[in-house]
Design a binder for this molecule. Structure first.
Ligand code: PEP
Ligand code: MN
Length: 270
């Protein structure tokens, strides 16, 4: 692929990206947690639950990129302090989305992995800013972006000097309306032939439906994904964002069990 130099599979063999004790590209990594950090109790309870089910990392948004300015925008710094506490009590490394170039350097003190969301995939100033630090970056695919555009965005970060980039397929916009987005699992397998970077799948935002999260998670494992990022809420009906797609802690415990079984089966079979 043209102009893909550092991210190309030709540049190096599979990269392992370490986030604390977690090794993306080596172990299958399951990230779980709420869409938004809403309160200390909510986040600590979810962290405890997903940790006991076997999750490897905690997610939680403190800065939320919402469609409407009147919707919950996240707790900001307060949310990051809650995540820090959840990390301390659960031992799970945390990932949270950065929306603004001005927040990149100080946010690294609170999170182990910085997320660039779908809406900011081609925010080139933000990509250059996260390229200047060494904190690992989770680069989600833009909802209107091609595989080539996505990989070029990874190249932006790598070319600025940060080699720690993990890709995340989170669904693209199509004519389909039954699902929130269309999960493009071919992109996961395609990325495996194009890049050495780890690729994980978000079965939550790609489907927008709790009933489809388990089957799409299993399909992601079969497609060769290096991990999953899944939204879990202790009381989905009361969630301040994305309540229709959050799993309960119990549903998550069933999911992770089946996912890790399939992964182990595949490792022993192929
Ligand atoms: C998220 O993971 O919180 C999120 C907003 O996802 P996306 O950027 O994929 O829509
Ligand atoms: Mn969400």
């Amino acid at each position: 692929m043209q102009n893909i130099k550092l991210a190309s599979l030709k540049a190096q063999t599979k990269t392992i990206i370490e986030v604390g004790p977690v090794k993306f590209g080596q172990d299958f990594v399951v990230i779980a947690g709420p869409c938004s950090v809403e309160s200390e109790n909510q986040t600590l309870e979810i962290a405890r639950a997903v940790k006991s089910s076997g999750a490897h990392m905690l997610r939680g948004g403190a800065f939320k990129p919402r469609t409407s300015p009147y919707n919950f925008q996240g707790l900001g710094l307060k949310g990051l302090k809650i995540l820090e506490k959840a990390r301390e009590t659960s031992g799970l490394p945390v990932v949270s989305e950065v929306l603004d170039t001005r927040d990149v350097s100080w946010m690294c003190e609170y999170v182990d992995l910085l997320q660039i969301g779908a809406r900011n995939m081609q925010n080139f100033s933000l990509l250059k800013e996260v390229g200047k630090i060494q904190t690992p970056v989770l680069l989600k695919r833009g909802m209107y972006s091609t595989i080539s555009e996505w990989l070029n965005c990874a190249e932006y970060i790598l070319s600025e000097g940060n080699p720690h980039v993990i890709l995340c397929e989170r669904g693209i916009r199509t004519f389909e309306t039954y699902t929130r987005n269309t999960l493009d699992l071919s992109a996961v397998s395609a990325m495996k032939e194009l890049t050495h970077l780890p690729v994980i799948v978000d079965p939550t935002h790609s489907t927008g439906r709790t009933s489809l999260i388990l089957p799409m998670s299993l399909a992601a494992v079969a497609a060769g994904a290096d991990g999953l990022i899944v939204e879990v809420h202790n009381n989905p009906a009361l969630a301040l964002s994305d309540k229709d797609q959050a799993l309960t802690p119990y549903q998550f415990s069933e999911l992770i069990g089946r996912v890790m079984n399939l992964r182990a089966f595949m490792e022993n079979t192929y």
